[in-house]
Design a protein around this ligand. Structure first.
Ligand code: PCA
Length: 215
């Protein structure tokens, strides 16, 4: 049996839940084909421990593909990330109170790594299902970007493809906030992640369609 590892994060900052974990854990054990299934696990939202946990999970499950998922506060769609950068610059403390500013994720590592997932095909498939999706040109500079960079660094040159997806807040997390930021229902996030994962698994050559921005 082959494994696709999906990770979601524990809650952080003011939030009591994290939609990335709420969604991802509902996909745990789901088959993607005859001999492949999803294993979903949680990562801590802390610079010191997230990468350690990720490495443990990779050693334990030996996945054939890895997609890390996190909350992107304020995002309005399922955001398929294009690139991870070699910098930590935390606007808020992480869950262990650490707030690195302008440190390297991996000292001496390349400035950036691209996702090795077929990001355009994933956006296309999720959009065609009627779910808001887009390419994102930055995963930020907090724990999600760190995990994304560490993932790409660990798998660089291997046949195991990997990448990162940010998801919006759930409606119940933003209700009563003025102006109300964008949100997405849990069932929609789950379906979007299911389609994105299945498409990534089944697509070897990405489609050519724009996912760019002018600025
Ligand atoms: N989102 C944060 C970290 C954990 C999460 O779900 C981020 O975008 O960095």
């Amino acid at each position: 049996m082959r494994t696709v590892l999906l990770t979601g994060f524990e809650p952080f900052d003011q939030d009591l839940i994290n939609p990335s974990w709420e969604a991802v854990h509902l996909l745990d054990g789901e088959p993607l084909g005859a001999d492949v299934r999803i294993v979903a696990r949680q990562l801590p939202c802390a610079f010191a421990t997230a990468g350690v946990r990720l490495a443990e999970l990779m050693a334990e499950h030996r996945p054939q593909m890895v997609i890390a998922v996190g909350l992107g506060p304020g995002r309005r769609h399922i955001s398929i990330e294009r690139v991870a950068i070699n910098v930590n610059d935390a606007r808020i403390p992480d869950n262990l109170g650490e707030q690195p500013i302008d440190t390297d994720v991996v000292p001496g590592g390349p400035a950036a790594y691209f996702s090795t997932l077929p990001i355009k095909a994933m956006v296309k498939a999720v959009s065609e299902a009627g779910i808001a999706a887009g390419v994102s040109q930055t995963a930020g500079t907090f724990v999600c970007n760190q995990v994304f960079y560490l993932l790409q660094h660990a798998l660089a040159g291997s046949a195991v493809r990997s990448g990162f997806i940010h998801v919006p807040w759930l409606p119940e997390q933003v209700v009563g906030t003025a102006p109300e930021p964008p949100s997405m229902a849990l069932a929609t996030v789950v379906e979007g992640l299911r389609i994105a994962t299945l498409t990534a698994w089944n697509t070897q050559v990405d489609v050519v369609q724009t996912g760019g921005q002018v600025s």
